[in-house]
Unconditional design. Structure first.
Lengths: 86, 86
């Protein structure tokens, strides 16, 4: 299972696009705060496996390539934990 | 631009997986309420164009195939409008 604190410490590279608390100001990027943990985990793996293509997905694919299964689980736990009101 | 009321009336088929107000109880599906309108529009087009593949994406691809650009815009406007607290 994912570890929230570990996820927070691994989220430094996510912030530029997804915001400090998983709430973005750039409308082309999705908010992550409070999203379902299982869905977040699934979608990061989908980017890593190349199941999502196209110009936006290509950006994400670069970022997730180096993430381990545990890194992904930690990040999913962290962003899910932020809740809707962050 | 998308029309919120039109989007609401077109959302009947979305509810089964994405919940009555875009907040889901099934953790494998993403919440949509309050998500960025531009991102929602982008991602529905990505599913329609086949840019997202894999078992979960294949479900979405079926649902969006029949949607016009206007349908997608309306649905994006509607789910973005629901906000985080719905």
């Amino acid at each position: 299972a994912g570890d929230i604190d570990a996820g927070k410490s691994k989220s430094a590279k996510c912030v530029a696009c997804h915001g400090m608390n998983g709430k973005v100001s750039i409308p082309t990027y999705p908010h992550l705060a409070g999203q379902n943990e299982v869905y977040l985990d699934y979608s990061m793996h989908a980017y890593k496996k190349g199941e999502r293509t196209g110009n936006m997905a290509n950006i994400m694919s670069v970022y997730v390539q180096k993430l381990s299964d545990q890194d992904i689980a930690d990040l999913a736990a962290y962003y899910a934990s932020l809740g809707d009101k962050q």
